[in-house]
Design a protein around this ligand. Structure first.
Ligand code: ADP
Length: 250
């Protein structure tokens, strides 16, 4: 029996993905345990976004296996629905519905997918809005909020489904610099609350602070993975060294 802390949350086994003739993922294998915080970095076009989009089946993979809490992802819609309930996702663009208030954005999926009552969904939404420090904005429309506030709403919206895992795809890349920290602070709080997280980000300070493991991807493959201290201070791979040299220049 696996203990709770040793439980495998996500497992990728030799996952390959093609966009037409172009192979974006090349037999990628990765195991993420419950409570683990993993940061994925690497040059643009290396397959980071594709990798995490495959985990909740926003992109289908063509070979290999992806398991979420031991359940293999297949093309069956019931299976996809089941997996998406467990896997929350936050995108670079916040993807909030502009015609719904913040509160309505948050209650939509719990009511429709989880069949939670309106009252319970609103209670849950207010709880998570408080957690991202934005409860006072509940009745506004997204366009009235700053980018940093909208991204915190998007994080709260994902949390309202009470997922087992949170995936972040460059959540601060579209933000003005002065708003990056308010989003990273919320992510740090989540990490400290032991949420299982996989984050694609170039925020290396964040990676150092919260990651259990940093993964470096290049050309559709994982070429290095190590705890942050080792990854940043003593990378083993030449491509990682070159990448870190570039990132540190900016
Ligand atoms: P990253 O997140 O590391 O920047 P992506 O996963 O977005 O990389 O992309 C990996 C590669 O796959 C890139 O070469 C990109 O051009 C290609 N790609 C991504 N999405 C598509 C798509 N929908 N159709 C065709 N090619 C794509």
């Amino acid at each position: 029996m696996e203990s709770e802390s040793n439980k495998t949350m996500i497992e990728l086994i030799k996952v390959s993905k093609w966009y037409n003739q172009f192979q974006a993922l090349k037999e990628v294998s990765l195991t993420v345990k419950k409570g683990e915080r993993v940061v994925i970095c690497g040059p643009s076009g290396s397959g980071k976004s594709t990798l995490i989009r495959c985990i909740n089946h926003l992109e289908p993979h063509q070979s290999g296996q992806i398991l979420v809490e031991g359940v293999e992802l297949t093309d069956a819609s019931k299976n996809i629905e089941q997996i998406r309930r467990e896997v929350g996702m936050v995108f670079q663009q916040f993807n909030l519905f502009p015609h719904l208030t913040v509160l309505q954005n948050l209650t939509l999926a719990p009511r429709r997918v989880r069949k939670v009552s309106k009252q319970k969904a609103e209670e849950l939404a207010m709880e998570y809005l408080s957690r991202v420090h934005i409860a006072e904005q509940a009745h506004k429309y997204p366009s009235r909020l700053s980018g940093g506030q909208q991204q915190r709403v998007a994080i709260a919206r994902a949390l309202c489904m009470e997922p087992q895992v949170m995936l972040f795809d460059e959540p601060t890349s579209a933000l003005d610099p002065e708003m990056i920290n308010e989003v990273l602070d919320v992510m740090i709080e989540l990490a400290e609350a032991h949420m299982t997280m996989i984050c694609v980000t170039h925020e290396m300070g964040f990676a150092r602070r919260v990651a259990d493991r940093v993964i470096f991807m290049d050309k559709g493959q994982i070429v290095e993975e190590a705890p942050p201290a080792q990854f940043f201070d003593n990378p083993g791979n030449e491509r990682t060294k070159a990448f870190l040299g570039q990132v540190q220049k900016h």
